[in-house]
Design a protein around this ligand. Sequence first.
Ligand SMILES: *Cc1c(COP(=O)(O)O)cnc(C)c1O
Length: 225
Amino acid sequence: MGIAENISTIEEELSRLGVKLIAVSKTKSHDEILEAYQTGHRAFGENIVQELVEKHEALPKDIQWHLIGHLQTNKVKYVVPFITLIHSVDSLKLLNEINKHALKHDRVIDCLLQVHIADEDTKFGLDHIELIELLRSEQFRQLEHVRIKGLMGIATNTPNEKVIKEEFYELKSLFDGIKQSFFKHATYFDTLSMGMSADYKIAIEQGSTMVRLGSTVFGQRQYNK
Ligand SMILES: *Cc1c(COP(=O)(O)O)cnc(C)c1O
């Protein structure tokens, strides 16, 4: 199947479930992205700032770009002018920096706080205590140009479905608790970004509202060394 067929099929399946699709286009060409775009799809995700900026400049301006990879504070200024949602906010320092640049552009930037759920040291994200400390801090409450729309998490890369299921269950429980404690009357706190090609079905069973799919949409990635 081609990209257009893939995306239409997945989009239909997900929309029935009320789950939003982010088509992860990292390493993919402009033409491949345009093939998906022509089906009417608009939400695309990239994990590297330089690649994201280059594609934003080259491709149609009504694409909604999502940053799904780690963001360094010195790169914030490049994405703030156009980004739709930053999935990977993992510190108050970063949030502060996003706020500072958003103020200059007179924007309010939607962000997700990335939570560390995987059984691996290498994955970025806040642990539960850091997350709660951040949300409780006086400094956070003063940031008027960022809006926390929810949480994001990446499960362990393992064939063991029980492990993945438990990690997503944990993140959904945390999401519900955080909503109740900090965003009870904030209708915008509605996004739980969890699930990639290998595990999105489990993620949806566990309450995901947004999945980030690369290879399911575009086919396997080729990395040129
Ligand atoms: C690459 C990537 C994805 C998509 O991965 P696939 O396995 O191709 O679906 C999702 N989320 C993040 C954070 C990624 O870096």
